[in-house]
Design a protein around this ligand. Sequence first.
Ligand SMILES: [Cu+2]
Length: 336
Amino acid sequence: MSGDRRLSRRELLRAGALGTVGLAAGSGALALPAPATQQDADPHGSHHDMVTVGQLAPGSFDPGAFLTHFDGGQVSRLPSGQVLREYELVAEDREIEVAPGVFYPAWTYNGQVPGPTIRCTEGDRLRVRFTNRGSHAHSIHFHGIHPSNMDGAFEPVHPGRSFVYEFDAEPFGLHLYHCHTVPIKRHIHKGLYGAFIIDPREGRPPAREMVMVMTAFDTNFDGENEVYAVNTVAFHYQKHPIRIRQGELVRVYVVNITEFDLLNSFHLHGNLYRLYRTGTDLGRYEWTDMVALAQGERAVLEFVYKHPGPFMFHAHQSEFAELGWSGVFLVEPPNA
Ligand SMILES: [Cu+2]
């Protein structure tokens, strides 16, 4: 059985070489064309060659835009002077594209996976109006400190209904939000999650900032993931390297929400990073090039490149890297 499961995990990439369509039909899953890979064209291709070919359909979720988009909400002030940030989150069923030609029937917040990256400052009041337009009951469970009745764990919001979550943002750090309706495993792996950043009042040092949510998709519903990535789309940042500057401070907010696998990880090439676990301490950090995160764990990574050129970043579980969780920073000289 385990042999079959291992095979199915690889089918997605292999099928491209064979031109197979509907590879998962036998297991009752969606019949979808699999992506071809450069490795298929050259059986001796290196790891670096292993990238999906083709482009996403027009109008698909854009990991390039998602990377640096932080949603501060609708900002106003309460009579007390406290900053109020209002958000609208809508749960809806939507088919998403996780690799060129590979679609997944997701449950989403605001039509995208991950949901929008919510960002505020410690002490702000958050008011999140949640409307469920999906086919199942859902909720939003925010990590952080808040009252029990704002925790999203016990009161599912049924289809067609709304709920307003309201609480003060604390503590500063990198948190997340996700659906907490049972069975939670299903509601998470279907796509209901997002990053939740609470900035310290004094801020962090100026930096080039980006968010990476470790995601994975069980495209044939066998209880294992076939496609891995940060920010949903396999190999996106390998095909479209992230341009940064030599000598510039880069800050990456990394969240692991991967279902089914016990751990995910972030390895950086040609450099080490300051690892601020959960981002809740501005002083203490580890100096490393590798962090393993369980589901729900987060970390803020800060680094500066000494040398220009392309440098990979990827899961150090090689299998995850080869199934899509692999990207490239293109470090350009300051005067380029
Ligand atoms: Cu849900």
